[in-house]
Design a protein around this ligand. Structure first.
Ligand code: C2E
Ligand code: MG
Ligand code: MG
Ligand code: MG
Length: 282
């Protein structure tokens, strides 16, 4: 009986697996032509200070297919495995830098942040890609920030430190994204040229409800500040979260409660409409 059950299970799993992999193959082959078809775009989500004024924005990639959006959490991993991440990253760097360089005069103090996959450090070409994006668009490197994830810092053999130092030396800033969810040894925070910690949304989500989440955020903020780093909280949806995080010492905030990621034209319009100052913060 166990044998037939085993066989049945094997058939079930193999059919399920075929389903997943053919869907994935279809996505993969569509992703190959997505850039040339003009289906890839960048949206921008603002980051604001305690005074409610925008300080910068994060560029988030969007893949618009004729039948709808494919979320980055689905296509970025495929791009990483197939090597397409290189051309997608070049696109993001070039587009973000070109957009920011062409923003209206009133927005010229804003920085733009681009997400960089850990895979991009494998062949040592990232500093050159970044230099090229700034040089060819005329964006001052001081207005560009790269978001990397802490797991990258635990990969010793990719020359990550050298590349980060080279990029930092150009004036480009470095942020650690999704901080607190990975396995970053705290010593790495001194060893690598990090400017900013982005407190992961998981902590933000619970900080107005759970003492544990608050304690963790307090620890992250005090660690970051004692190392001279900026603290950004991401994924804020409620005023109660903002109240807690401001009290805990976060410097900047990002989330749907201020604005969702938007296409370029809408982002410029959002900025021009002079967002109201935040209330009840401290
Ligand atoms: P991330 O870099 O941590 O980006 C933040 C994500 O949280 C974005 O999801 C953003 O839309 C979402 N978000 C912002 N505010 C809120 C909020 O208040 N509530 C909730 N529930 N979500 C919020 P998105 O755009 O779907 O991107 C997901 C992830 O995909 C990003 O996480 C990043 O890791 C990756 N990604 C996006 N664009 C790129 C890219 O150009 N290159 C690379 N390598 N990765 C990218
Ligand atoms: Mg990010
Ligand atoms: Mg993040
Ligand atoms: Mg993320």
């Amino acid at each position: 009986q166990a044998k037939t059950q085993g066989k049945g299970c094997a058939r079930f799993y193999s059919r399920a697996f075929d389903g997943v992999s053919s869907e994935r193959l279809a996505l993969e082959s569509a992703l190959h032509s997505a850039l040339s078809l003009g289906q890839i775009d960048l949206y921008y989500q603002p980051r604001v200070g305690l005074d409610g004024r925008p300080r910068g924005c994060e560029a988030l990639m969007r893949w618009q297919r004729p039948d709808g959006f494919v979320p980055p959490d689905r296509f970025i991993p495929i791009a990483e495995e197939t090597g397409l991440i290189g051309s997608l990253t070049d696109f993001a760097l070039m587009r973000a830098c070109a957009d920011a360089a062409a923003w209206p005069e009133t927005m010229r103090a804003l920085s733009v942040s681009v997400n960089i996959s850990s895979r991009m450090f494998a062949d040592g070409t990232l500093p050159e890609r970044v230099r090229h994006a700034c040089a060819s668009t005329g964006l001052p490197p001081q207005r560009l920030e790269l978001e990397i994830t802490e797991s990258l810092l635990a990969e010793p053999d990719q020359g990550v430190g050298e590349q980060l130092h080279e990029i930092r030396a150009m004036g480009v800033r470095i942020a650690l994204d999704d901080f607190g969810t990975g396995y970053c040894a705290l010593a790495y925070l001194r060893q690598f040229p990090i400017d900013t910690l982005k407190v992961d949304r998981a902590f933000v989500l619970e900080c107005d409800q759970s003492d544990d989440a608050r304690a963790l955020v307090r620890a992250i903020v005090s660690l970051g500040h004692s190392l001279g780093l900026g603290l950004v909280a991401e994924g804020l949806e409620r005023a109660s979260q903002l109240g807690e995080l401001a009290q805990l010492g976060c410097d900047e905030f990002q989330g749907y409660m201020f604005a969702a990621p938007m296409p370029l034209a809408r982002f410029i319009h959002w900025f021009a409409s002079e967002p109201a100052e935040l209330r009840d913060v401290a």
